[in-house]
Design a protein around this ligand. Structure first.
Ligand SMILES: NC(=O)c1ccc[n+]([C@@H]2O[C@H](COP(=O)([O-])OP(=O)(O)OC[C@H]3O[C@@H](n4cnc5c(N)ncnc54)[C@H](O)[C@@H]3O)[C@@H](O)[C@H]2O)c1
Length: 306
């Protein structure tokens, strides 16, 4: 049996409406690809409601990812946001795997792999071969072209951008961006799916940074420039943003949590696509990365976490 005929077999066995379009009631399992910084937080958000299968590329990374997910779920329980029963159910719904084939029965796939077109294209086209033809594919990237990823996915009309805000299990907002090829049905399905996760989806355009990062990165750039000019320490600038601007966390805390290496990549990707000086940053950010100070994930960034 060829991979392609697998997809056709699935078409016959799936619970679909008369035209075969995916409906939110059909969703039983969600597949997440990548369990680094963003993947675990999305996994917790989806595991509140659906079986969730997360794929990493090695046993070691899968184990790390599994521990992160368990920690986030425990924190929700500690804060009283989940009962003991809900905590156990949520933990029980998540599997972290290395075999891509284990995502074959998912109705929604969320890509959370690094922002490299080759990596995402390869994994999406491999998933296209093994998933049912009507599984909806999505990426949480705001940096790569949704249209280019839709083209690489093998199912362009069923591909859409869903940029979760970090950490996805706590933040309500998800930006939804259609590729040029995305069907209206896919968009409607995605809005229903995100609402089923108790998220607040907003529609935006396939544009570098989408909407949130289009607003955010010029602000992070200003914070880094303020630090480089000696206008304040990271602590002082964070305090200014929180107490002076009413933001819940400061720009340096946000960059530390996102990963300073990811921030460099994001700035570079946005600048390369727009040539807008609003997306430039002073050398200190690159130097922090060179020093291995990547933020919370290494225990040190602009702040200390040890
Ligand atoms: N970090 C953020 O603040 C943030 C916020 C919103 C969206 N995003 C988006 O989420 C995506 C992931 O970003 P991140 O910061 O989590 O990156 P990351 O580097 O922290 O994690 C990516 C993970 O994907 C894994 N991976 C690589 N190839 C894979 C494959 N073929 N199959 C499965 N796993 C694979 C890597 O081992 C790594 O653990 C990016 O598209 C990024 O733009 C990130």
């Amino acid at each position: 049996m060829t991979m392609q005929s697998n997809a056709t077999d699935h078409r016959e066995s799936q619970n679909m409406d008369e035209e075969g379009k995916m409906k939110v009631e059909d969703v039983k399992s969600v597949g997440i690809v990548g369990c680094g910084t963003m993947g675990p937080t999305i996994a917790v958000a989806t595991a509140m409601k659906y079986d969730t299968v997360v794929r990493e590329i090695s046993d070691e990374l899968a184990e790390k990812g599994k521990n992160k997910i368990a920690k986030f779920i425990s924190k929700l329980a500690d804060k009283g946001k989940l009962s003991e029963e809900e905590h156990d159910a949520c933990v029980g719904r998540v599997k972290v795997v290395v075999e891509l084939e284990k995502l074959k029965d998912c109705q929604v796939i969320i890509d959370a792999t690094p922002d490299k077109l080759e990596i995402k294209s390869e994994v999406l086209s491999a998933l296209h071969e093994i998933c049912p033809w009507n599984t909806v594919f999505t990426t949480t990237s705001s940096l790569l072209s949704i249209t280019a990823l839709a083209a690489a996915s093998g199912r362009p009309d069923k591909f859409i951008g869903t940029h979760f805000s970090i950490p996805a299990h706590l933040m309500k907002l998800v930006e939804v961006a259609k590729a040029i090829q995305t069907s209206e049905e896919t968009k409607t399905f995605m809005f229903d799916f995100l609402k089923s996760l108790d998220k607040t989806p907003i529609e935006t355009k396939d544009n570098p940074g989408l909407l949130v990062n289009w607003l955010l990165f010029p602000y992070l750039s200003a914070a880094l420039k303020a630090y480089s000019l000696g206008l304040g320490t990271p602590e002082a600038i964070d305090t200014a943003a929180k107490l002076g601007l009413g933001f819940p966390i400061g720009p340096f805390q946000l960059m530390d949590f996102s990963g300073l290496d990811s921030c460099v990549e994001a700035f570079n990707a946005l600048y390369e696509q727009t040539r807008d000086p609003a997306y430039t940053y002073p050398p200190i950010l690159q130097k922090m990365v060179e020093a291995g100070y990547l933020g919370t994930k290494t225990g040190k960034g602009f702040h200390d976490y040890k």
